[in-house]
Write a protein that binds this ligand. Structure first.
Ligand SMILES: Cc1ncc(COP(=O)(O)O)c(C=O)c1O
Length: 423
């Protein structure tokens, strides 16, 4: 099955005027054939493709949708601000309000800088660390995603080795490998960048081992390097503070994006006193970084974070889905591996090394009008209800039946097959 006629027509037009018809993580190149590429509308927990099909969206805009698409409270705050000003020759007072609010909510933070995308924030964090320490080397975990800039893009076409010269990797949650990477960096270590938990594409997720987190802090303290928690994806989804606060580990900097404006374009770098000077020394800016509309969105989103039970609600929905999916899969003789926090689930079939079952199931779910992802973690939003999860579970039941009924004819996705080394 392929996507609808309007989608197909747009793909044809796009092929001529957009490289590859679409680029980056929102391209359907690595998704099942019936996944729509183009969408026309979104509301609450749902989105509509250009052929008018409505989907329950378990991707939530790759994590940007926390309270629901077009949440009235957030969008009203934006509309009120837009009625007076958005992008100007200088920032509005909202920037100071927002910095005060955010810093008061995140325990390690003493200062804030705002930008647009997660990549802006992670790149700025690394630059601040180098400016503060006057050193060059940065350690990341292998497979971890920190954005699409030359220093961190997972597909380094067009990147020259010099742009990655002072970056090395360790294995997430492996203390020995972190020790080795730090030792190898010698007295040139500027920063260790960590994801709050292992949330890599195509991999099972893993919660952070507290010993690993504590060791990362200790090594940075001893060497004078900066510890950076990249909370762009998980921020405000697993905690209302920095995600490592519950482990008792405070970074020097944390990076934020996605959720903080509930879909409006804004990201942030928060930092502690340890690197305020470095943050002041770097040159960082962008034509749209100081727009007032997204700052109004972030202020309202942060208010909702403080004053509502969205976190408990999304955890409850996540549990409902996890338990229900295990039951449904079992009825058809499948065994799932569901990993990570329930509200940010990664859902794989056991032993499905080339992802063929996952793709077939996601395709069947798409036909049922539930948008699930075959190799990326998913998200919940506060606008979802228990009835929405019942709807997803009923769809999943039928989708497992479809996969079970066509097992012999399921082929692995041609591109994914080459990525995971399948034959
Ligand atoms: C952990 C993490 N860091 C950084 C980024 C980059 O964010 P953006 O796509 O907004 O540049 C992402 C995006 O998915 C992410 O998940």
């Amino acid at each position: 099955m392929v996507s609808g006629p309007n989608d197909a027509q747009l793909r044809e037009r796009a092929k001529k005027v957009i490289p590859n018809g679409m680029y980056g993580h929102q391209s359907t190149r690595l998704l099942p054939a019936n996944f729509p590429q183009w969408f026309s509308r979104a509301e609450g927990a749902y989105l509509w493709d250009v052929d008018g099909n409505r989907y329950l969206d378990l991707m939530c805009g790759y994590g940007t949708n926390l309270f629901g698409y077009r949440d009235e409270r957030v969008d009203e705050a934006v509309a009120t601000q837009l009625a007076v000003a958005d992008n100007m020759t200088g920032p509005s007072p909202l920037m100071v309000d927002l910095a005060e609010q955010f810093v008061s909510m995140v325990s390690h933070a003493e200062w804030a800088m705002f930008c647009k995308n997660g990549t802006d924030a992670t790149t700025m964090a690394v630059t601040v660390a180098r400016a503060e320490t006057k050193r060059r080397h940065v350690i990341v975990a292998e497979y971890a995603y920190h954005g699409s800039a030359p220093w961190c893009t997972p597909i380094p076409a067009g990147v020259v080795p010099e742009q990655r010269a002072h970056i090395s990797s360790c294995v997430y949650n492996d203390v020995d490998s972190l020790d080795e990477a730090v030792a190898a960096a010698g007295d040139d270590l500027a920063a260790v960048v960590v994801a709050p938990f292992k949330h890599d594409a195509f991999q099972d997720q893993a919660l952070p081992d507290p010993d690993y987190a504590r060791r990362a802090r200790e090594l940075c303290d001893v060497s004078g390097a900066m510890l950076i928690v990249d909370d762009v994806r998980a921020g405000l989804r697993v905690s209302k503070d920095c995600s490592w606060e519950s482990l008792g580990v405070r970074p020097d900097m944390s990076t934020w994006g996605k959720t903080i404006g509930n879909g409006h374009p804004i990201s942030a770098l928060l930092g502690s006193e340890s690197c305020r000077r470095g943050a002041g020394d770097i040159y960082a800016t962008g034509s749209y970084w100081f727009s007032a509309g997204p700052m109004a969105a972030a202020l309202e989103t942060l208010r909702l974070v403080r004053e509502t039970d969205y976190l408990e609600h999304t955890v409850a929905l996540g549990k409902q889905l996890r338990i229900g999916l295990d039951d449904a899969a079992g009825r058809y003789g499948f065994s799932l591996h569901q990993s990570g926090p329930v509200q940010m689930p990664q859902i794989f079939f056991q032993g499905d090394d080339d992802f063929r079952l996952g793709f077939a199931w996601a395709e069947a779910m798409s036909a049922e009008r539930v948008y699930v992802h075959p190799w990326h973690n998913m998200f919940f939003c506060d606008a979802m209800t228990s009835e929405d999860i019942d709807f997803a579970l009923a769809a999943a039941d039928r989708a497992f039946g479809v996969v079970g009924g066509t097992l012999d004819s399921i082929e692995p996705h041609p591109v994914v097959k080459t990525l995971v080394g399948g034959t």
